[in-house]
Structures are given as C-alpha cells and as structure tokens.
Design a protein around this ligand. Structure first.
Ligand SMILES: [Zn+2]
Length: 246
C-alpha cells in the first residue's frame, strides 16, 4: 500500500478522482491496532506499513471484503495510507466501513484506540489536512460534515467509534488549524510562532513583560513550559500586580 506525507496530501487529493455519489466523510478509529501497540513495536515506517496491511488482510480474509474497507488510514507517524479507491469499482462497493452508507461516503480511519488514547501531534495534523482537503474537494463545510448527527461512525452504529475521547469539535479544530497553517505557508511565511487562538493572550503577556522571547527572537508558543519558567512568570505577574497597585 502507498503512503503519503502531510505536505504531499493537497496535490495527491487534487489528482485523485472521487465518486460524485459521496456526500459525507466518516471518521473511524481502528481500536486495535492502536497507538500503544504502535509504540511497543518500535513506531517505525515498517510498523505502520505492517499495521495497515494487517487491517487490509483482516477486512479481506475475516470480513470477506474485496479490498480494505477504508479509503484512507492515518498512522501515528502522520502518514496517510491510500486504501480503497475513492471511485466505485465494478466488482465491489465504494466503501466497506459503515453499514448502509457504503455507496455514498468515504471512510477515514485513524490507528488509535480513541476510547483511551488521543492522536499524536503528527496524526492530528494529518487528520486535519486529509479531512480538510477531501472536504474542500467535495465542497462540504467541515461544520456540516461533522455536525451533531454526521461525520463519525458512531452516528450510524451503536459504537463509540472513532472513540469517546474524540469529539466533532476537536476534528473541526484540527481541520481549521491545518488550513491556517497551509495558508501561511502558501503566502511564503514560516509557520506562525503562536497559534491564532492564543495570539491576543500572548500579545498581552509580552506587552506586560510576563513572557519574553528566546535569543532567536521567537516566542516558541507551542513549546512546553518548565517549572522554572513557570516560577519566573509567576514572580513577574506578582511584581506586575504589586506595581499596578502602587
Ligand atoms: Zn468505525
């Protein structure tokens, strides 16, 4: 099976035909295999490949399908694996992932146990990019696809799929984050130092000198804070309040 990196997806999706019958993209988790198993086995490209091939074999041998049931599978390393073609083949249905919706939907699965695990950073980026690109091509708004009663397997079955820890709001957020990142890149800018949602708070913190930049002049907005840095920020905040009180 073929895999694509996040940065290749837009071009790849543009070049792939999608059945005109498709009205929705439905998200799944694989449950097993999952993120813990992927890490245990070493988390390499070969592990990702073996897991996706394993799902295909399971769908064909155990479930009697003519191909893997999903159109795309996203592994924890952020790779997107191409599954069943997105146009109907003469010998089998468009999809094999949701009972009753296999003729008019696309199935995207994340290698994860979404009841217990959250996607990796790369996986969330890949989910955002892949779903965003597919929905753009289908001319469906993310909010419409991932509405109260659509977009997840659990909307069509008594399952938690893609997992009780995954919400529609999270998925829409990943799609929007990736769209924002790509538009910055298209403009030739580097990835923004601070996420759009945190911009005004970070501006305030910088103005009040609670947060200062690193020697490279960047804020590194998405990095973790150490306990030492937190103590320094708290002290600055305390001093600020004292100063404002006079
Ligand atoms: Zn499912």
């Amino acid at each position: 099976m073929i895999s694509y990196q996040i940065k290749q997806l837009e071009q790849v999706i543009k070049s792939k035909p999608i059945s005109s019958a498709v009205t929705e993209v439905i998200l799944h988790h694989t449950w097993s295999p999952n993120l813990a198993m992927w890490k245990e086995r070493g988390g390499s490209y070969q592990v990702s490949q073996a897991m996706v091939e394993g799902i295909k074999t399971y769908h064909m041998k155990e479930k009697g399908q003519s191909n893997i049931g999903y159109h795309w599978v996203i592994t924890p390393d952020g790779l997107c694996w191409e599954g069943r073609p997105m146009v109907k083949q003469p010998s089998y249905s468009l999809g094999g992932h949701v009972l009753g919706r296999n003729d008019d939907s696309l199935g995207v699965a994340i290698v994860l146990n979404g009841d217990k695990e959250s996607p990796t950073v790369l996986q969330a980026q890949a989910i955002g990019t892949l779903l965003g690109t597919l929905l753009k091509k289908l001319d469906i708004l993310p909010e419409k696809n991932f509405s109260a009663r659509s977009g997840f397997h659990r909307d069509y079955a008594t399952k938690t799929c893609p997992g009780s820890r995954i919400s529609k709001g999270m998925v829409i957020g990943w799609v929007k984050d990736e769209a924002a990142r790509q538009s910055y890149e298209a403009e030739g800018d580097v990835e923004p130092d601070v996420s759009p949602w945190a911009e005004s708070a970070v501006e305030w913190a910088v103005e009040k000198k609670l947060l200062t930049g690193f020697p490279d002049g960047m804020i590194h907005g998405r990095e973790n804070l150490t306990r030492e840095q937190m103590a320094v920020i708290l002290l600055r905040f305390y001093d600020l309040i004292e100063a404002e009180r006079g």
